[in-house]
Ligand binder design. Structure first.
Ligand SMILES: O=C(O)CCC(=O)C(=O)O
Ligand SMILES: [Fe+2]
Length: 362
């Protein structure tokens, strides 16, 4: 076993130092994937056990969101979707289709650059600035996943626009702006769904600290042996996701994995762990995963993670007092921002979720 582990560490290091990324490997024309990407049999058997279902996540039409007649119905739809699925797509959200298309093409264009050009963005400092190929699970878990990502921390004073790759700079800034607008609209509806003031989450500054991640899932010659992204929940408050027309994203619903079929013009929104916690379990953060891509065309997704940056002022996070009552006691304990952040950076993507750690046991 020692020898195997040693070799794996060496192979991981060599892959990392090559700065080729998964796209570089894929483009090199390999017909079998390096062992560091091969997932254990438990993960792989679960891939097979998922019959493709005809169901899809809820699609919510926001076109009449400002109409007093239609708003209550939309609030109800969003509330149900956030409870039952934790994932939904919004359409007619007001962001022009051309903005969505341009964003996807720009991220695709970045990943299509020769790996030598992308290498200058390749780094492992996850806390600042812009970085490429955060194959986070490379070092954290025993099997790396078949994707690359371009990652930028957005928010007050960062990143400096010049730090973003020129090829997608304008589009990243534009999408960050539009996606934040969509997130704010959805958050207002989610607040109203709980009987809170529409601006409650905004007041908690949920949209100030954001991470934008442009994923690329290139063609994988052995999609049955690896994953695009392993099953996980997002540690965020809310996540906004845009995908191109190549499928692969799946959401856990009950005992089955449901495909999130690409809808042109659709923007996917999902509940993160923090939203489940602060709503005392009213909204659900669900597991999702991405299958390794068997098509020649890369799968592109652009994810914006929204994080809370302020709380009551006493430094603690936990279920919102407004949502608690003798009938609805807290099901999660309070915790500090430090504890949350330590968990975020310390865990492998597929280890125990933060929610389980703060759940109050009976
Ligand atoms: O690429 C996707 O569709 C999902 C990405 C994802 O789940 C994540 O980045 O947390
Ligand atoms: Fe995710």
């Amino acid at each position: 076993m020692e020898a195997t582990n040693y070799n794996r560490a060496k192979a991981v290091k060599a892959f990392d130092e090559s700065k080729m990324g998964v796209k570089g490997l894929s483009d090199s024309g390999i017909t079998s994937i390096p062992p560091i990407f091969i997932h254990p049999p438990q993960t792989l058997s679960d891939l097979k056990s998922s019959p493709s279902k005809p169901t899809d996540i809820p699609v919510i039409d926001l076109s009449d969101v400002t109409s007093q007649t239609h708003r209550p119905k939309i609030i109800n739809q969003i509330k149900q979707a956030a409870k039952d699925w934790g994932f939904f797509q919004v359409i007619n959200h007001g962001v022009p289709l051309s903005v969505l298309d341009r964003t996807i093409l720009a991220i695709q264009a970045f990943h299509d650059l020769p790996h030598e050009t992308k290498a200058k963005y390749y780094k492992r400092d996850e806390t600042r600035g812009v970085m490429y190929s955060s194959n986070n699970d490379l070092y954290r878990t025993n099997a790396a996943s078949w994707h690359d990502s371009l990652q930028a921390w957005m928010g007050p004073e960062r990143p400096k626009v010049e730090d973003l790759p020129e090829i997608c700079r304008e589009e990243v800034v534009a999408w960050d702006f539009h996606a934040t607008g969509v997130a704010e609209t959805v958050m207002e509806l989610l607040c109203e769904g709980l009987g809170l003031e529409a601006g409650k989450f905004k007041e908690l500054t949920f949209s100030q600290r954001r991470a934008l991640v442009g994923h690329c899932y290139p063609y994988c010659p052995q999609p049955d042996l690896t994953m695009g992204i392993t099953p996980h929940t997002d540690p965020t408050i809310l996540t906004v996701l845009l995908q191109n027309s190549v499928p692969g994203l799946q959401v856990k619903h009950g005992d089955s994995w449901v495909n999130v079929n690409p809808v042109h013009g659709g923007v996917i929104v999902n509940v993160g762990d923090m939203l489940q916690i602060i709503t005392n379990g009213e909204y659900t953060s669900v597991q999702h995963r991405v299958l390794a891509n068997s098509r020649k065309e890369s799968r592109i997704s652009i994810v914006i993670f929204f994080n809370l940056s302020k709380w009551k002022g006493d430094g603690y996070y936990g279920p919102l007092p407004e949502l608690l009552s003798p009938e609805k006691p807290p099901i999660y304990r309070d915790f500090t921002a430090e504890e949350y952040i330590a968990n975020f950076y310390g865990k492998g993507i597929d280890t125990k979720s933060f929610i389980e750690k703060v759940a109050i046991q009976d």
